[in-house]
Write a protein that binds this ligand. Structure first.
Ligand code: SF4
Length: 710
């Protein structure tokens, strides 16, 4: 086929032949393709057909969809290797946000109607038409982008060079103006505080929800829960509220939250799962605001790793050296023309590109927004934070909430109130946020990040070459030492053992002869990492470029994490830490360290910085008591009794029962909320369970949160 100027494809000669497979066809093949064994009777064998095909093709490159798969078969049957242009690869670059790159989906998106599918010639013709569509898309890109694409194309192969050269030569000159580059919508201006809503009338049978919200049914449980949350916001302190399916707890906390936002306060709502977050932001809040006639600014704030960091991305583009790096650079180059959020969720990132995302994401705790104030196109993360800081309601997820707690409020805007939905998952996320891990893949990625830092690449080309080479030698040594550590850890966790986890107890450290090699290898790794850090400092001292220094500092900070994991996991476990070995499905062994008492961290990081904190979920009580949940989220209710608590508790319809239950039971023996939830799972009730609440005054009592990984 020929790709003409303008992107149209003309198909010339065609070659098609059946091949004798030397075996009967499976039913699945017949069902998929319609080919029967009788069709193949008398067909030539594969080597004969491949020889004919090679002659037909001459020396032109092959175009195909996921073409490596087909070429692998043909090359095994004797086709000489040849240049290839893969339409999956092109589509992934030119359509960065497409949900799928399946041939039929790309054809449908381009309004191409194939004659048939899953037959070789028909699929080849569809592929040719898709290539034409991709060529047209490429021609519509700004010339500057196509020039950069041409620079990366040699890493993908000669046909890609030609493809982008053609696109540049016939790109629609002048079609691209700055006006076509997406600019983010202006950040909503905070509304002046208005009077807070009275919550009870909103839920009344003749209230605004009944009148204007499609499908709304008055539910006493929902009204009671909303009233309890409204009081918690007014009185302060933590509230733990269990509300089963059907109660409508989202509205029960969103209405009081909007009410506080209207009064000029800020409420953070955190969910564990994306579907719930989506439901709140796309469905519940817009419908609710419309029914109530409110216009409270709402912002979704995700974890740093979700946003593209334009500064790191700029550096990454400068050092892309591999095929995968070139693919990610090209894909994000095209994507940046259209995104206003820089949110990774918009991108279809698969395989290695997903791994590489960490090199361009904003997941860099050492980044400095002031230094990036003038970064081209602005910082997406900063923009999202600015929007959150001007919003009355911020919707986030547990991971970011806990990361913010760990970083003492550096990530989320200050807020008077917090609502944690799906609170039964909070402890598990907190365990992730507060734990450290020594993991082969992460150690090597951190080391590689140092040796590939732009400062190192630049220094290898100038008079700092000695410093750069020393640094790379230190990194190579650290890689070796890391190999020794993971080999020693692997020997401790016997691969033949049935368990894939092993707790590293003081007894094991003292008496298991397999632990000593771990300690020795750990010492050598810590020394090697220290060597890398020293070499990094020396190179940074000879670097004047601020961005290069920042990237080196950030890479060195990751190395600090490795040393901390070695110290806490191998040599000096902290009191209260639990250390364990875990064999992952991939077969590698990870050493993990987690604090055993997370309740204190949750109280300090989530409850204390805010006037009130509501923890809600369908399953929170354990053995009919909130003691366990209160212990984790606020304080142990039995730790100190106060009239305040009793007064507040009595406001909830079920608190009297809860309190009675609390006082007559002891805390169950260290179940995790997850296991608690599953132990409660029973036949679902047709009517919603009555919500149950427990409150406590802030700042008293110690929380204990056992983690039982082993
Ligand atoms: S502030 Fe700078 S370094 Fe940090 S995420 Fe934004 S652009 Fe990247």
């Amino acid at each position: 086929m020929r790709l003409d100027a303008g992107g149209s494809v003309s198909v010339g000669e065609r070659f098609t032949s059946f091949v004798d497979p030397g075996a009967l066809l499976g039913r699945a093949i017949t069902r998929l393709t319609g080919i029967r064994d009788t069709d193949l009777a008398g067909a030539p064998p594969a080597d004969v057909v491949v020889a004919q095909l090679a002659k037909f093709m001459g020396d032109v490159p092959v175009v195909g969809h996921n073409v490596g798969f087909d070429l692998a078969f043909l090359e095994r049957a004797g086709l000489p290797p040849r240049q290839r242009l893969d339409t999956v690869e092109l589509a992934s670059i030119l359509m960065p946000t497409a949900p799928t790159y399946a041939l039929q989906s790309l054809a449908a998106a381009a309004a191409i109607t194939p004659d048939a599918a899953h037959r070789a010639l028909d699929d080849a013709l569809t592929c040719a038409a898709v290539l034409g569509d991709l060529a047209r898309k490429a021609r519509e890109l700004p010339p500057a982008v196509l020039e950069e694409a041409q620079a990366y194309a040699p890493l993908l192969g000669a046909p890609f060079v030609e493809f982008f050269r053609d696109a540049l030569a016939s790109s629609v000159r002048g079609a691209w103006t700055d006006a076509r580059i997406q600019t983010p919508p202006p950040i909503a201006v905070a509304q002046p505080p208005a009077a807070a809503l009275a919550v009870a009338p909103v839920f009344a049978h003749d209230g605004p929800l009944a009148r204007r919200l499609a499908g709304y049914e008055e539910r006493s449980q929902q009204r009671d829960l909303a009233a309890a949350i409204e009081r918690a916001f007014a009185d302060g302190g933590p509230l733990v509220a269990e509300a089963g399916t059907g109660v409508g707890k989202s509205l029960a906390y969103l209405v009081p939250a909007l009410s506080r936002a209207l009064a000029g306060e800020r409420v953070i709502v955190s969910t564990h799962t994306l579907p719930l977050q989506d439901q709140l932001v796309r469905k519940d809040l817009p419908a609710l605001q419309e029914a109530l006639g409110t216009r409270v600014a709402v912002t979704v704030l995700k974890g740093r790793s979700n946003y593209l960091c334009p500064r790191r991305w700029q550096q990454f583009r400068g050092v892309a050296q591999t095929r995968e790096e070139a693919r990610l650079a090209l894909k994000t180059l095209v994507w940046r023309l259209g995104t206003t959020t820089g949110d990774r969720a918009e991108l279809n990132l698969l395989g290695a590109k997903s791994e590489l995302w960490s090199r361009v994401s904003a997941d860099d705790e050492t980044c400095d927004a002031r230094r990036c104030a003038r970064v081209a196109g602005g910082c997406y993360l900063q923009r999202a934070r600015d929007a959150a800081a001007k919003s009355g309601l911020v919707v986030t997820n547990h991971a970011l909430l806990l990361q913010d707690a760990r970083m003492r409020g550096a990530l989320l805007p200050t807020a008077e109130h917090l609502v944690v939905d799906e609170a039964h998952r909070l402890e598990e996320v907190a365990t992730d946020a507060f734990r450290v891990a020594l993991e082969d893949r992460l150690v090597r990625r951190a080391l590689d990040r140092v040796s590939r830092a732009p400062a190192v690449t630049a220094a290898l080309r100038d008079d700092r070459v000695d410093a750069a080479e020393t640094l790379r030698r230190e990194v190579a040594a650290a890689h070796e030492r890391a190999g020794e550590v993971f080999a020693a850890l692997g020997a401790v966790l016997d691969p033949r053992a049935l368990e894939d986890r092993l707790r590293v107890t003081p007894g094991l450290r003292a008496s298991d002869e397999r632990w000593l090699p771990v300690e020795l290898a750990g010492e050598r790794l810590a020394d090697a990492v220290a060597g890398v850090m020293t070499a990094t400092d020396r190179l940074a001292a000879r670097t004047t470029d601020e961005d290069e220094q920042a990237e080196l500092a950030s890479a060195a900070a990751e190395l600090t994490g490795i040393r901390s994991a070695v110290a806490r996991g191998i040599h000096n476990p902290r009191a209260g830490d639990i250390v364990w070995l875990e064999r992952r499905a991939e077969g590698d062994v990870v050493l993990r360290v987690a604090p055993s008492h997370l309740g204190e961290a949750i109280r300090r990081g989530l409850v204390e910085p805010r006037r009130s904190a509501v923890f809600t979920s369908a399953t929170l009580a354990v053995a009919d008591s909130f003691a366990f949940a209160m212990d984790r989220f606020g304080r142990a209710p039995s730790a100190r009794r106060s009239t305040t608590r009793r007064r507040r508790s009595s406001s909830c319809p079920m608190t009297a029962r809860s309190r009675a239950t609390r006082s007559s039971r002891t805390r169950p023996p260290r179940p995790s909320p997850r296991s608690a939830a599953s132990s409660r799972a029973g036949p679902s009730s047709s009517s919603p369970r009555t919500p149950r609440c427990a409150t406590s005054p802030r700042g008293s009592g110690r929380s204990r949160s056992p983690v039982s990984p082993c």
